[in-house]
Write a protein that binds this ligand. Structure first.
Ligand code: AMP
Length: 133
């Protein structure tokens, strides 16, 4: 898998070298608005530790870091008043998921009905997808 590169954009945001529109900061996590929002509310929640993606994080982060990140996801959604209307949480790992920034980030999307889970791409009609054996 990829080696962590601390010149990535989100590492610079954590170090205060680049600005962000901050929602929440805790010991283990930082939440800020996405610069190119795909919904009325589109926030990213990142761990402060150097993890490339969900794969790296779930294999190598401490229990405190994992709890800290997920608590921050819930807390950010509450601060953004998304609980009643609903929201979607997702994270892209590597090529098939089109990951663009190689520091783990959890997307929180909300503020309007978000439609089906996946839109676009080469998606077969319901029921015709087969898992690889
Ligand atoms: P992904 O495709 O999951 O890697 O998503 C990367 C996300 O980071 C995209 O939604 C970008 O709009 C967002 N992004 C890139 N640079 C910044 C930045 N400086 N501040 C906030 N969001 C950013």
């Amino acid at each position: 898998m990829f080696k962590y590169d601390d010149t990535n954009i989100f590492a610079k945001i954590i170090r205060g070298k680049l600005p962000s529109d901050k929602v929440l900061e805790t010991e283990h996590a930082l939440a800020f608005h996405d610069i190119n929002p795909q919904a009325p509310i589109h926030v990213l929640v990142i761990p402060k530790g150097p993890y490339v993606s969900m794969d790296d994080f779930t294999a190598n982060a401490s229990a405190e870091e994992i709890v800290g990140l997920w608590r921050a996801v819930g807390e950010a959604a509450r601060l953004l008043d998304l609980v009643e209307g609903g929201y979607r949480v997702m994270s892209n790992h590597s090529a098939n998921a089109h990951q663009e920034v190689f520091h783990l980030h959890i997307h929180i999307l909300g503020g309007r009905p978000l439609g089906p889970m996946l839109e676009g791409g080469d998606i077969p009609p319901n029921g015709t997808w087969h898992r690889p054996a």
